[in-house]
Design a protein around this ligand. Structure first.
Ligand code: NAP
Length: 242
């Protein structure tokens, strides 16, 4: 039976590495995107050329109607199957000091980074619980653990995602559904491309930014059968930067 994994924001950055990794493990990956249609199509083709399988599932995670409609359509076209792995990876940042932060900057970041995982997870939970096997991984951040100046919106969203992770883990553990969070430090991607890397890297004990593939390897472990007894945890991946 085909196993399906949905990766939000799965077409580029860390999400694309997770899509590749889970496809290499035999999952049919459902690559969600909001704007990166071309990147998503190219990634699907690449995965298929390597012998894997992928489907595209576009929606804006922060729009509850789009989330519900897209997943309902998928479920209608796959009546006897279910999405057993969900990686809530989609996220944005919009940094500024709080004293200058407008409502839109606050709302946009909370909507994508916190409301998004709520909408998507709620929609997939019932089937995971009925089937008595599921894996949910939420992409938090070092910023959600320690807070970073200029990121009150982002830090708040990522810290709240940790709270969601810990509560939900306790709700669904009896149904063999695990819920964990991953908290990356600085990882090479579009999100960090404009940051002053030479300066920031001096703060990282490992002396470098992490690679998206390294985050993907951690996610792959958390969704494996071997990780069945790990739930409600936040796993940092940060080269020693706290
Ligand atoms: P990225 O390169 O900027 O990619 C962001 C991804 O999120 C894109 O695939 C984008 O899809 C998707 N996305 C954003 N808003 C969306 C929405 N409303 N609906 C659907 N998809 C949406 O960022 P990244 O570095 O790969 O980050 C991935 C995750 O890791 C994020 O949650 C981020 O906060 C977290 N993280 C990153 C770092 C880091 O150093 N890079 C550190 C800690 C945590 P489209 O292109 O289709 O819009």
């Amino acid at each position: 039976m085909t196993k399906y994994a949905l990766i939000t924001g799965g077409a580029r950055g860390i999400g694309a590495s997770i899509s590749r990794e889970l496809a290499s493990l035999g999952y049919c990956v459902l690559i969600n995107y909001k704007s990166s249609q071309q990147r998503a199509e190219e990634l699907k083709k690449e995965i298929e050329e390597n012998g894997g399988s992928a489907e595209l599932l576009p929606f804006d995670v922060s729009n509850v109607e789009e989330v519900d409609n897209a997943i309902e359509r998928w479920e209608d076209s796959h009546p006897s199957e279910y999405i057993s792995v969900l990686v809530n990876n989609a996220g944005i940042r919009n940094d500024t000091l709080m004293v200058f932060m407008n409502n839109e900057q606050w709302d946009d970041v909370i909507s994508a980074n916190l409301n998004g995982p709520f909408y998507v997870t709620r929609r997939l939970l019932k089937r995971m619980m009925t089937k008595r096997w599921g894996r949910i991984v939420n992409m938090s951040s070092l910023s959600g653990l320690k807070g970073l100046p200029g990121q009150v919106n982002y830090s708040a969203s990522k810290a709240a995602l940790i709270g969601l992770t810990k509560s939900l883990a306790q709700e669904v553990a009896p149904r063999k559904v695990t819920v964990n969070a991953v908290a990356p430090g600085f990882i090479d991607s579009d999100m960090t491309a404009a940051l002053p890397k030479d300066e920031l890297v001096k703060m990282v004990p490992a002396g470098r930014f992490g690679k998206p593939e390294e985050v993907a390897a951690l996610v792959a472990f958390l969704v494996s059968d071997s990780a069945a007894y790990i739930t409600g945890q936040v796993i940092s991946i940060n080269g020693g930067l706290f």
